[in-house]
Design a protein around this ligand. Structure first.
Ligand SMILES: Cc1cc2nc3c(=O)[nH]c(=O)nc-3n(C[C@H](O)[C@H](O)[C@H](O)COP(=O)(O)OP(=O)(O)OC[C@H]3O[C@@H](n4cnc5c(N)ncnc54)[C@H](O)[C@@H]3O)c2cc1C
Length: 459
């Protein structure tokens, strides 16, 4: 179609990742006319190079560990090896099926799907090739990219998560630059596949955005798994020579490896897209919004990773849905950022929601905390995992933070998020019966203890 009056919509969305496509689907559900512009693949980072493929790798890693450790459970197994083409075929199959399903949803919703790179021309017009799509409302949802460090060029044996997702072999030695979520997940996968792994992190602890107790327990678990890590150490440079990449640190130390994975965070994709020229305020590349996700320009919204805050797919989904409902006049309730659940899928898994102990002290003054050790939890003993559930409570008030670590603890985040977001008191949760034997009981036991009636709690 060439430029004509028919290219007018209630909503034009730039970017078809988690934030953009969720906004498109909900807008269509609400009877709005929608155009969705995507230059790559529908589903964006999460589906193609983020959440889904990494979690497939982590599952393959778990299978490798189970095969290697069968003896522990009295089952004779050996790990013959990891066939990366086979792992990639499994991972790509998962992604492919979900991609097809999502394409079907968008098609069935009668969304005008426009392939190509779009650009904001005026506040309410997006140009894609020779098409000018005009929206009463425009939603910016162009997502994020993997950052590097000054002077560190990606290529060859130096890669970001994107290239590391499709390796055709298991590297013998890996240096992971960055001990945040993406760094520790890849470190976990590589170790399970048999690589020697060293994490280099400039901050004083791994997963530094989490409660300090979780970092300490993860570091203990990684030491046990022989995942090496150096914290409070700054990267100085890296060079490649034939089969080796040499990483140098400001401490003067050098580390040789077959692969350097750069996992130093993700930056917003906003450059050169006409945002600033259309009058949209940009702050260090991000698009600031108010709590209703409105930019400073009337009728222009932003969702997902380009909005400062947690860079998570489910935050993008929720923001996309919120904006559609806002546009449709439903006055949705604003999303509380601290109520968004966070899961890091390394082994052991980390799951948290709400305030860390330090944040709670800042916000609430006096707080109470309780750590329930998984040693007292039957299912965790069966699985052979260690860890804890930590509760943070405002003094005599509701639970404001839940922080969990241990195998499969990500699955416990559903109840934890209800507890925090519904501002439950320990006594409210202590009255609920948790099924036995599940890891979910650990959450129940922690609340029993904080309510003053511990059952399987060891001092
Ligand atoms: C390795 C990795 C693992 C992750 N794991 C998890 C996880 O387990 N759980 C979780 O919640 N989150 C995870 N994330 C984060 C998650 O992927 C992002 O938070 C999410 O994808 C953000 O959604 P978005 O819509 O803002 O952006 P994106 O998903 O990045 O989508 C933006 C889309 O916009 C398109 N686009 C950009 N510019 C243009 C243009 N000019 N014209 C047209 N289209 C354009 C892009 O092609 C892209 O498809 C992970 C990320 C990575 C990298």
């Amino acid at each position: 179609m060439s430029a004509d009056a028919a290219d007018d919509y209630d909503v034009v969305i730039l970017g078809g990742g988690s934030g953009g496509y969720a906004c498109a689907l909900r807008s269509a559900e609400l009877g709005l006319s929608v155009a969705l512009v995507e230059k790559g693949k529908l589903g964006g980072t999460c589906l193609h190079v983020g959440c889904i493929p990494t979690k497939a790798l982590l599952h393959a890693a778990e299978v490798a560990d189970v095969a290697r450790e069968g003896e522990r459970f009295g089952v004779r197994t050996t790990l013959e090896g990891v066939d990366m083409p086979g792992v990639n075929a499994y991972k790509d199959g998962v992604v492919g099926r979900l991609h097809k399903g999502l394409q079907g949803l968008v098609k069935a919703a009668a969304i005008e799907y426009v392939e190509g790179a779009g650009r904001l021309d005026r506040p309410h017009t997006v140009v894609v090739g020779d098409r000018r799509l005009t929206g009463k409302n425009v939603v910016l949802a162009t997502g994020s990219y993997a950052k590097s460090l000054p002077g560190l060029e990606i290529g060859g044996r130096i890669m970001t998560s994107e290239q590391a997702l499709s390796l055709d072999h298991v590297p013998a030695r890996v240096v992971v630059l960055g001990g945040g979520v993406i760094g520790v997940e890849f470190a976990s996968v590589f170790r399970s596949f048999g690589s020697g792994v060293t994490i280099v992190e400039a901050l004083p602890r791994l997963v530094a955005a989490e409660d300090e107790a979780l970092s300490k327990q993860l570091e203990r678990a990684f030491r046990k798994r022989k995942i090496a890590f150096k914290t409070s150490v700054r990267f100085a440079g890296a060079s490649q020579n034939g089969d080796v990449v040499t990483v140098s640190l400001e401490s003067g130390e050098t580390i040789e490896a077959d692969l350097l994975l750069v996992a130093v965070g993700r930056g917003p994709v906003t450059d050169g897209l006409g945002y600033a020229e259309a009058g949209v305020t940009i702050d260090r590349g991000f698009v600031p919004t108010d709590e209703r996700l409105r930019t400073n320009v009337d009728g222009v919204y932003a969702v997902g990773d380009i909005v400062p805050g947690l860079q998570l797919a489910h935050r993008g989904f929720a923001q996309g849905i919120f904006v559609a409902e806002q546009i449709a006049g439903l006055s949705p309730v604003p999303i509380v950022e601290s109520g968004i659940p966070r899961v890091t899928y390394c082994d052991p898994e980390i799951a948290s929601v709400g305030l860390t102990e330090a944040q709670a002290r800042e916000q609430h003054g006096e707080v109470e905390t309780y750590e329930y050790n998984l040693g007292g939890n039957g299912k965790s003993q069966i699985l052979g995992t260690q860890g804890f559930v930590k509760l943070v409570r405002a003094k005599d008030g509701p639970i404001v933070g839940v922080h969990m670590i241990g195998a499969r603890m990500g699955e416990q985040i559903g109840e934890a998020q209800l507890i925090v977001n519904w501002e439950a008191h320990p006594e409210d949760v202590a009255g609920l019966v948790h099924a036995h034997p599940t890891q979910n009981e650990a959450l129940g036991e922690a609340h029993l203890a904080l309510a003053g009636k511990p059952l399987h709690a060891h001092a």
